[in-house]
Design a binder for this molecule. Structure first.
Ligand code: SDX
Length: 378
């Protein structure tokens, strides 16, 4: 068998055949099961989009109602998981708390029955339903408070914001948050989805698959960038400081957080929608100076980086939306994870349907037939 040339980061190397989503990086196009993400953002909801991604088609009214009902009534987490989370250090990062608690879910549902569609559906419902509860619970507990029980009378996004802020959200805020979840739900073979597929291919349980993917998403080059962007905006502090800051960054070859993408060589279509959502929030709830700084960063970065195909990605404006919704900065990436669970589960199912364990090869660059040198001679 011929060995392909080694490509760092597997750049441009197909790792799977998939029909879940499609990206055209030159056109700035993103489709979920063939439907433009702009259409879904305008007309769908996160749970309906999750159903589309996972089962491959838009649900009928009855299918959607049944799915929403199941997710609604599986939001509670076992008291043992809450007790476990109470032992987490409050200084710990919420992504580490999420990874630990997602893996712990597997302790309660460890029977693996991957050939059984009912088992698959139960795991999908439990993970979509319980991940938001665990994210909100850790945030309250790290402040020394008891977590808030989920409310069955609130829809998916309103319930999450309720559990986080202990009050019902404004309907516009809940809708905008739901659109953010749709925009972050799926994105072809990104690092965390690849991680999910590799883990899935060993036929382990779906809770371990999601825990693997959460760990991968947390890095600043991937899902962790949204948190870094806010830090950058705060560090810049004013529109006047943008140009010197960007020039200094580029001078030392540092990456501008929220910019660039392995696939998009134009502005990420999700960034455009998120920018519009941010503007809607500012119009209703008051302006945010960091938005002006962000727009100036985009303008200066366009001047300096657009010729390299570097434009804002999904992480550049998402943090401004979450900040305006009163969400703590270190919860931005866990919220990215809440949304991406839908995509990871879709890829988990797709991998199982025609599975072969991932086992790539390598280009060996080490020694051969080396001698063992006794320790006294080293
Ligand atoms: C996500 O894959 C996905 O789909 C991910 C995602 C999803 O939905 O799952 O879209 C979500 O992870 C978005 C990306 C979030 N990360 C960031 O915003 C961090 C900053 N961005 C970069 O680290 C970078 O752009 C990556 C990691 C996103 C992509 O990097 P690549 O494709 O490996 O590109 P590279 O690092 O090889 O850079 C190529 C050139 C280099 O310049 P040269 O050495 O050739 O002169 O572009 C430059 C880089 O220095 N470059 C940047 C830059 N990103 C790339 N220069 C300044 N600022 C940047 N942000």
């Amino acid at each position: 068998m011929s060995v392909c040339e080694f490509k760092p980061g597997l750049e441009g190397i197909p790792a799977a055949q998939s029909s879940i989503s499609f990206v055209d990086g030159q056109q700035g196009l993103l489709e979920y099961r063939g439907i433009r993400v702009e259409d879904l953002a305008q007309k769908s909801t996160f749970l309906e989009t999750s159903y589309l991604l996972i089962w491959g088609e838009l649900p009928t009214r009855e299918q959607l109602a049944a799915f929403e009902h199941e997710v609604r009534y599986h939001r509670r987490i076992k008291y043992r998981i809450r007790d476990m989370m109470k032992c987490f250090p409050e200084s710990g990062h919420p992504m580490d708390a999420l990874q630990a608690s997602a893996a712990a879910l597997g302790l309660f549902y460890s029977r693996r029955d991957l050939d059984n569609p009912a088992y698959i559906r139960d795991a999908v419902v439990r993970l979509l339903a319980k991940i938001p509860t665990m994210v909100a619970a850790f945030d309250l507990m790290r402040k020394g408070n008891d977590p808030v029980r989920p409310r069955d009378d609130l829809d998916y996004s309103a319930n999450f914001l309720y559990m986080l802020n202990e009050r019902e959200p404004d309907p516009l805020a809940a809708r905008i948050f739901d659109v953010c979840l749709m925009l972050h739900a799926e994105h072809t073979m990104n690092a965390s989805t690849f991680s999910a597929r590799v883990t899935a291919s060993t036929l382990t349980d779906p809770y371990a698959v999601v825990a693997s993917a959460v760990g991968t998403l947390g890095g600043p080059l991937h899902g962790g960038a949204n948190e870094e962007v806010i830090g950058m905006l705060e560090e810049i502090g004013s529109v006047e400081n943008v140009r010197p800051y960007i020039e200094e960054c580029l001078q030392r070859k540092a990456k501008i957080m929220g910019f660039g993408h392995r696939v998009y060589k134009v502005k990420d279509p999700r960034a455009t929608i998120l920018q519009n959502l941010a503007e809607q929030l500012f119009e209703k709830f008051g302006h945010d100076k960091y938005y002006d700084i962000a727009v100036e960063i985009e303008r200066v970065a366009e001047e300096k980086l657009s010729q390299k195909g570097i434009f804002p990605n999904v992480d550049f404006y998402s943090g401004l939306v979450y900040r305006k919704l009163g969400i703590p900065t270190d919860l931005f990436t866990p919220i990215f994870a809440i949304a991406r669970v839908a995509g990871w589960l879709a890829h988990w199912k797709e991998q199982l349907a025609e599975n072969r364990i991932f086992r790539p090869t390598q280009v060996y660059s080490g020694l051969h037939e080396a001698d063992y040198i006794p320790i006294e001679q080293r």
